[in-house]
Design a protein around this ligand. Structure first.
Ligand code: FAD
Length: 412
């Protein structure tokens, strides 16, 4: 058994190139876009032009689509390698988008690669990989618990070669600018298993029958999560993605690696917060010494360092299981829960150490805190992951008389 956390020279070179590109190209552009360079924030066409310019630079620097096969124009990196790339790219809010490995497009690309027909791949995956379009994934509904997709009410019935779909979705990220949606709807009224009721479809946008009601105002503003009304939307049979009744399976296939990709990006944010916490603690003087010399502050720094260390190990281990083709469900669940909660705690502590400054919008911390909150319930709420982790741990004990296989299946 080899435990070796050193990167191969190839990977180290990629990690360093991403780091330099984020520091030297994306971060200065981010300051221009957000008006932190002394000028007014960029808006409309100017903002878009700056963003598109960044993507062009990333592409010519060979930092494009790190997660996709070379055949699709990507860098063909595995999940462990992606952990390095995402954790560097997400040091800037725009980083993953600039490299074209952002949610929800990244998850949709993996999904299309695995589930789409050749024709569907050419129509939808190709333009997504080339960065010409946006996409969205439409599963959650306001009227039933998103935590339990077997309750989905959006309904599709067959009419000749077409499907007629009615329903109500919300929190559909990117929907307002997407060229297509992957939509999950109920097609089976009496399935053998509750998990076999749903089917996935591809919807070209805009489409008659698909109406954006609003972009939902959230605690971090209105940043593109839409409520959608679906009324007599007609889709040809060829728009079905995967098989009939396989919508739940497809959702699970999509969500596993997509959850871990979120964790990789959250590690970047947690690291920024810890760096800021230590920097402030070294500079702020109170009651005879700098904050870094106070035990109460050192505990916050130590707890954050330990949590970030655990987060990185969990993500690397879960990613290595995906790369090896092993069952990764428990490890991804544990990582998703742990990293989301660590992120919330670390950003909160960084705000505490900054005092009033941390509460202001003069630093990125307030914004990071607002964003971090959704991590604890989107893509699987804390309690759902805990429920599944507990079920697998109990099952392991029942099957093997030991819980060892449910705690990472590690050799200790
Ligand atoms: C910023 C953001 C972006 C999103 N983007 C998308 C998107 O692009 N596409 C999409 O389809 N969805 C999206 N979502 C929706 C997200 O995936 C759901 O919020 C999530 O699945 C939880 O569903 P819910 O909100 O309906 O909460 P519910 O299912 O109603 O759960 C609410 C709470 O109840 C508790 N709970 C639920 N079930 C159980 C249980 N069995 N045991 C114990 N406790 C339980 C948990 O504490 C949970 O947080 C997004 C959400 C946010 C906030």
């Amino acid at each position: 058994m080899a435990i070796d956390f050193t990167l191969s020279p190839d990977l180290e070179e990629i990690r360093d190139r991403v780091r330099i590109f984020v520091t030297e190209v994306i971060k200065p552009a981010e300051a221009r876009i957000e008006g932190r360079d002394g000028d007014a924030p960029l808006e409309g066409g100017d903002r878009l032009a700056e963003l598109i310019g960044l993507r062009k630079q990333a592409r010519s620097a060979g930092l494009w689509l790190p997660h996709m096969p070379e055949k699709w124009g990507g860098m063909e990196l595995g999940h462990v390698a992606m952990a390095m790339v995402q954790a560097e790219a997400a040091k800037s809010t725009y980083g993953p988008w600039v490299l074209n490995c952002q949610a929800p497009d990244e998850g949709n690309m993996h999904t299309l690669l695995h589930w789409a027909t050749d024709e569907q791949k050419e129509s939808y995956l190709r333009p997504l990989c080339e960065g010409r379009v946006w996409s969205c994934f439409a599963m959650t509904e306001p009227d039933v618990a998103g935590s339990d997709p077997t309750l989905i009410q959006t309904h599709a019935y067959q009419d000749g070669e077409e499907w007629v779909i009615n329903g109500h979705k919300w929190f559909i990220s990117n929907a307002h600018r997407a060229s297509f949606a992957i939509l999950i709807a109920r097609t089976e009224d009496d399935p053998e298993l509750p998990q076999a009721a749903n089917t996935a479809f591809i919807v070209d946008l805009p489409s008659d029958g698909w109406t954006e009601v609003r972009q939902i105002e959230t605690m971090h503003g209105s940043t593109g999560h839409s409520e959608i009304l679906i009324e007599n939307l007609r889709l040809h049979d060829s728009k079905m993605l995967g098989g009939r009744g396989q919508g739940h399976l497809l959702g699970q296939y999509r969500l596993g690696p997509a959850r871990l990709a979120h964790c990789m990006r959250w590690i970047a944010q947690a690291e920024i917060a810890l760096d800021m916490m230590v920097d402030r603690a070294l500079k702020r003087y109170s009651h005879g010494s700098v904050l870094a010399e106070k035990q109460g502050i050192q505990w916050m720094i130590a707890d954050s360092a330990m949590e970030l260390y655990q987060s990185k190990l969990m993500v690397l281990h879960a990613a290595s299981k995906i790369d090896r083709g092993d069952d990764f469900k428990s490890e991804v669940s544990m990582a998703k829960h742990f990293v989301a909660n660590s992120l919330n705690r670390i950003v909160d502590r960084a705000i505490q150490v900054h005092g009033a400054l941390g509460y202001s919008t003069d630093t990125p911390l307030a914004h990071m805190f607002q964003h971090a909150r959704w991590a604890r319930f989107a893509d699987g709420a804390d309690e759902i992951h805990q429920m599944r982790i507990a079920q697998r741990t109990i099952a392991a004990y029942k099957d093997h008389g030991s819980t060892a296989s449910a705690t990472g299946d590690l050799p200790i």
